[in-house]
Design a protein around this ligand. Structure first.
Ligand code: BG6
Length: 466
């Protein structure tokens, strides 16, 4: 069986400035919250490897773009670092950063690779965090100014823009679950951060459209379908709440231009609503996107709680549902994430049936594996498991396309092993192996498979290794 994709399907991969560039405190760049957190608590990072030790894209971008070409990418996503481009957060632009990003964009275009540029990938400049981060409307305005500066500088060549990557992750990590700086645990503050991020997104969309540059602007969301343990109404209710909090809190404003009434009612019931101002609703309506990026790694399995919560503990989403590990599910043990390929189809189907079938693409999907060196054969990582992972997900994308989904492409996380936040280099995700000592780059077997797949616009059934 051949899985054939449309001729103009986007084949590529995704990365981000903070995980690849390196030079995190040089080249005129100021610190982000990652630099600041690492300076305070290096022990929070796997093997104490911090944001300075990334995959050196700042030095090796030409070589890396040549590798992207070798992988037959027709598109590639990275992000601009706010702290590099505007080290004070507002005002002055760093000329070295402008040269760097111009070089990257021009070289991608010269190689026939369409640049997809994201404006924020978890990397709040420290100067802005000191102003309150996303809790502050001052920072919302500063972000809009930064976004508009990017459109002015690069919008003549970049035609695909994204305001945020996974905006819910800084909400979860920084304000609920303690896996990002500033390590706050406070639902109401988390809700404010989420709300202000949506306002910042909408302001940037508005600014982009005002410039009439002829391109498109969207956002990248990690959509994690919520599956109830059973058909019991209590489980279904719990799964619906998880969906409202973790998916629809961003999906509805960016696709429908408004929040779900159920979500607003829920937060009101628990006295967790953020402060709204006149004009916010009209602005959010203007933030409806042209293109939605979908990051998909794992499903969320939910059951109703069967115990009472501690009323003295801080209010948390888990007051309203519980997690459920489905017996017999397939797991990626390195990351602790379930692998459930039909989830990608369920997301696309939900978008088609309930959100007017928006223009969208898979903007991240991937598998992080620890100690990949053990799969090395004749100097190459023989990562059949990754080929299986990608092809099995692509089959479900293929099916969604056959049913009319408006999915325009598939980007893998990621093209080269890179720095994974607190996990540093524990789990490797790349099509290309990175030797941390020498910075040597070697294409893995999956990279060769992907290059052939992109070239053929599809693939034949992949033999499974049991
Ligand atoms: C996504 C992010 O959440 O998943 C990436 O956009 C991230 O930045 C990727 O690296 C994989 O997750 P992790 O935590 O294993 O690096």
């Amino acid at each position: 069986m051949k899985y054939q994709f449309p001729r103009d399907f986007w084949w590529g991969s995704a990365s981000s400035a903070p995980q690849t560039e390196g030079e995190s405190l040089s080249g005129g760049k100021s610190a982000t919250i990652w630099d600041t957190w690492y300076a305070k608590q290096p022990g929070r990072f796997h093997q104490q490897i911090g944001p300075q030790q990334t995959s050196t894209f700042y030095q090796h971008w030409q070589q890396d773009i040549a590798l992207l070409k070798q992988l037959n990418h027709n598109s590639f996503r990275t992000s601009i670092s706010w702290a590099r481009l505007m080290p004070k957060g507002r005002g002055e632009v760093n000329p070295e950063a402008v040269d760097f990003y111009n070089g990257v964009i021009d070289e991608l275009l010269a190689q026939g690779i369409t640049p997809f540029i994201n404006l924020f990938h978890f990397d709040m400049p420290t100067v802005m965090q000191e102003q309150g981060g996303w809790e502050s409307r001052y920072v919302v305005d500063a972000y809009a100014e930064y976004a508009d500066t990017c459109f002015r500088l690069f919008g003549d060549r970049v035609q695909h823009w994204f305001t945020f990557n996974e905006p819910i992750v800084p909400v979860e990590g920084g304000y609920l679950y303690d896996f990002h700086y500033p390590n706050v645990v406070d639902f109401k503050r988390a809700a404010t951060v989420a709300y202000h991020t949506v306002l910042a997104h909408a302001l940037a969309v508005k600014k982009y459209r005002q410039r009439e540059l002829g391109g498109e602007i969207g956002i990248i969301l990690n959509l994690t379908p919520s599956y109830p343990r059973s058909e019991n109404p209590a489980d279904i209710k719990a799964a619906n709440i998880a969906d409202l909090l973790f998916n629809r809190s961003f999906l509805d404003p960016v696709l429908r231009g408004e929040y779900p009434t159920e979500l607003v009612a829920l937060l009101k019931d628990y006295d967790q609503l953020p402060e709204c101002q006149p004009g916010d609703s009209a602005l959010i309506l203007e933030g409806k996107v042209d293109l939605l990026g979908i990051n998909y790694y794992q499903p969320r399995r939910i059951k109703c709680r069967d115990s009472r919560v501690n009323p003295d503990a801080p209010f948390m989403p888990e007051w309203l549902f519980d997690y459920y590990q489905m017996p017999g599910c397939k797991m990626n043990p390195h990351r602790g994430w379930e692998i459930y390929e039909p989830g990608i189809y369920d997301i696309l189907t939900n978008l088609r049936e309930n959100y007017d079938n928006p223009r969208c693409f898979i903007s991240e999907n991937g598998m992080g594996v620890e100690n990949e060196q053990r799969f090395s054969q004749n100097g190459q990582i023989n990562d059949d498991y990754r080929i299986e992972f990608v092809s099995e997900h692509l089959k479900w994308v293929h099916r969604a396309l056959a049913e009319g989904s408006h999915c325009l492409g598939y980007h893998m996380w990621t093209f080269i092993d890179n720095w994974s936040w607190c996990n540093a280099y524990k789990n490797r995700y790349g099509f290309i192996q990175l030797d941390l000592k020498t910075q040597q780059r070697i294409v893995k077997k999956s990279g060769e498979w992907f290059a052939a797949t992109a070239d053929n616009q599809g693939f034949d059934e992949v033999e499974k290794n049991d």
